[in-house]
Design a protein around this ligand. Structure first.
Ligand SMILES: [Cu+2]
Length: 501
C-alpha cells in the first residue's frame, strides 16, 4: 500500500484552505491553470486550446550540414536564437531555435568521428549551454551549468565518438535555472550516432521521431510556467512529432520501418502503442539491445529514447498514447490516453519483400561486480511562504547547489546506484557522461528484473519504487545527475558527482 507523502498531504491542506487558495490567486498565480478548474487542456483565459493543423505529410528532420572536407570529422555551427514558428495556421509563435528551427537540426555522425561544433549563444540576456544527452563526451565539453556560455558569446564543443557508441542521443541547453524554459521554448534536437557495421537492414530506412510538447495561448505565444507546471512539470496541450501534430506517413503494405522515438518533452510521460502495426524493440537510449523484443506498448518517460522496427501489414496504423498514472499533483491531470501522434496510411500495393531482422543485434557486456554502492533518495516538500507556495524537490534531503560536490567517485570504478523514490510522483533519473545498466526494480518488497540487457542514461523511478542500476564513469570530471522532469531539476532535484582520475 503506497502512502501518500508530504507533498500530497501539503497540497491537500492548501487546497482545503480557502484563505490559502485566495492568497495563491492574489500572489500573481491567477493563471495557475488546472488548480481551480478541472481539465488541463484550457488555452489562455479558459478558452479551448488553439487548434493546430493535422494530417500533413511527416517532415524528416533537416540534417545539420557537415562543414568538414574530409572523412572522420564532423564540423558545424549551432546558433541558439529567437525565432518565429507557425504552429497554428493563423498566428505566429515566438520561440527559441537552433539555426532557426525547432526541433533543432538532426545531427548525424558515425562512431569513430571527431565532432567540433561551435555554439553561438544569441539568446538575448540569457546564458545557455549545450548538453550532449547520453553521449560519452569529456566533462568539460558536456554543457554543465558550471560552464555557461554568456549571451552573445561563442564556444566550441569538441569530442571524439568512440567505437561502439552508436545510439540515439540528443542535445539541449543545461544552464543554471533556465533549462526548463529554454527547452519548452524550443531548444532541443536529435543526435544520432550511426554504427559502422549496422545489423538493421537498410531497407527499413531510419527515421527519427522527435516528440515534444506544446502549449499555446490564444495569441499564439507560449505561456510562462505556472505553479501547476512547476509542481508536475510542464505538460502542454499538443504532443508534436518533428514539430507537427499527428502527421501522416505513407507506406506500402508489408513495409518495415526503423523508427527512433525520442521523448523530448519537459515532463510528459508517453505510454505508447501502435494500433494496427506490430512493434519490435531493437534499441534503447544508448543503442541497440542484444536481440529484438516484440512490444505491445512502450513507456517513454521524459528524455528516454527507443529504437523500434514497425511492421505495417494492414490498413491505417496509428501511434497512440495509453493512460499512465505518474502521480499528478492537484486537479487538472491532462488526458493521457487516445492521443494520435502519427498516422500511417498503408497502401494496398505490396512493398518489395523486406529482409528479416537478424536474431542477434549486438553483444552487450554485463558490468562486473560493483565495488562501490550509493543510495539516492528522492523526496518532495512544500511550504506556504509569504511569497506563495514553495516546492522543493530533493535528493538525500538536499536541493541542488552548484558549489557542492555530492558524490566523489573514481574513474573506472563499477558502482551500484540505488535510486529510492519516496515521493508522490514518478521521477525519471538521468546520469550524465555514461550509459548504465538497469539491474532491478523493487516496489512493496517485490523485486523484478528487466527482461533484457540495455544501455540506458535515463530511467523512470516510479513513486514508491527503488531502482538499482550499475554504472561506470570512464573519464574524470564533474557530472550532473538529476530528475529529467526539467521543472523538478530546476527546483532542486539534481546533484553533482566529481569523478577523479
Ligand atoms: Cu521529477
Amino acid at each position: 500500500m503506497h502512502r501518500r507523502g508530504f507533498l500530497a498531504a501539503s497540497l491537500a491542506t492548501v487546497l482545503a484552505s480557502p484563505r490559502a487558495l485566495a492568497q495563491m490567486k492574489t500572489d500573481g498565480m491567477s493563471n495557475m491553470r488546472g488548480m481551480d478548474h478541472a481539465g488541463h487542456d484550457m488555452g489562455a483565459m479558459g478558452q479551448g486550446p488553439v487548434a493546430l493543423p493535422q494530417n500533413q505529410p511527416l517532415r524528416e528532420l533537416p540534417l545539420l550540414a557537415n562543414e568538414a572536407a574530409g572523412p572522420g570529422l564532423f564540423k558545424a555551427r549551432l546558433t541558439a536564437e529567437s525565432a518565429t514558428a507557425r504552429f497554428a495556421a493563423d498566428r505566429d509563435t515566438p520561440i527559441l531555435a537552433y539555426n532557426g528551427i525547432s526541433p533543432g537540426p538532426l545531427i548525424e555522425t558515425q562512431e569513430g568521428d571527431r565532432v567540433e561544433i561551435t555554439f553561438a549563444n544569441r539568446i538575448e540576456g540569457e546564458p545557455s549551454t549545450i548538453h550532449w544527452h547520453g553521449m560519452p563526451v569529456p566533462a568539460d565539453q558536456d554543457g554543465n551549468p558550471m560552464d555557461p556560455v554568456a549571451a552573445g558569446a561563442d564556444r566550441v564543443y569538441a569530442f571524439d565518438l568512440p567505437e561502439g557508441s552508436a545510439g540515439s542521443y540528443w542535445y539541449h541547453p543545461h544552464p543554471h535555472g533556465r533549462t526548463a524554459e529554454q527547452v519548452y521554448r524550443g531548444l532541443a534536437g536529435a543526435f544520432v550516432v550511426k554504427a559502422k557495421a549496422d545489423p538493421i537492414p537498410a531497407a527499413y530506412g531510419d527515421t527519427t521521431l522527435f516528440l515534444t510538447d506544446l502549449r499555446l495561448a490564444a495569441d499564439g505565444s507560449m505561456p510562462e510556467n505556472t505553479m501547476t507546471d512547476m509542481m508536475n512539470g510542464r505538460v502542454g496541450d499538443h504532443v508534436l512529432v518533428n514539430g507537427q501534430k499527428n502527421p501522416r506517413l505513407a507506406v506500402a503494405m508489408g513495409t518495415k520501418r526503423r523508427l527512433r522515438l525520442y521523448n523530448a518533452t519537459n515532463a510528459r510521460f508517453l505510454r505508447l502503442a501502435f494500433v494496427n502495426a506490430a512493434m519490435t524493440l531493437i534499441g534503447s537510449d544508448g543503442g541497440l539491445i542484444e536481440a529484438p523484443v516484440a512490444a505491445d506498448e512502450i513507456l517513454l518517460s521524459p528524455a528516454e529514447r527507443v529504437e523500434l522496427v514497425v511492421a505495417f501489414d494492414k490498413g491505417t496504423a496509428t501511434l497512440t498514447t495509453l493512460d499512465y498514472d505518474r502521480g499528478w499533483m492537484g486537479p487538472g491531470r491532462p488526458e493521457d490516453k487516445g492521443l494520435a501522434l502519427l498516422t500511417a496510411d498503408v497502401s494496398d500495393t505490396q512493398a518489395e519483400p523486406m529482409p528479416p531482422l537478424p536474431e542477434r543485434l549486438r553483444p552487450i557486456a554485463r558490468f562486473g561486480q560493483p565495488t562501490v554502492s550509493r543510495r539516492l533518495v528522492f523526496t518532495e516538500t512544500m511550504a506556504m511562504k509569504p511569497t506563495g507556495m514553495e516546492m522543493g524537490f530533493l535528493i538525500n534531503g538536499m536541493a541542488f547547489d552548484m558549489g557542492r560536490i555530492d558524490i566523489v567517485a573514481k574513474a573506472g570504478d563499477t558502482e551500484l546506484w540505488e535510486i529510492v523514490n519516496q515521493a508522490d510522483m514518478d521521477h525519471p533519473f538521468h546520469l550524465h557522461g555514461t550509459q548504465f545498466q538497469l539491474i532491478e526494480r523493487e516496489r512493496d518488497g517485490k523485486v523484478s528484473k528487466p527482461p533484457y540487457l540495455a544501455w540506458k542514461d535515463t530511467v523512470n523511478v516510479a513513486r514508491g519504487e527503488t531502482v538499482r542500476l550499475v554504472t561506470r564513469q570512464e573519464r574524470p570530471g564533474t557530472r550532473m545527475y538529476h530528475c529529467h522532469i526539467l521543472e523538478h531539476e530546476q527546483l532542486g532535484m539534481m546533484g553533482v558527482i566529481d569523478v577523479q582520475a
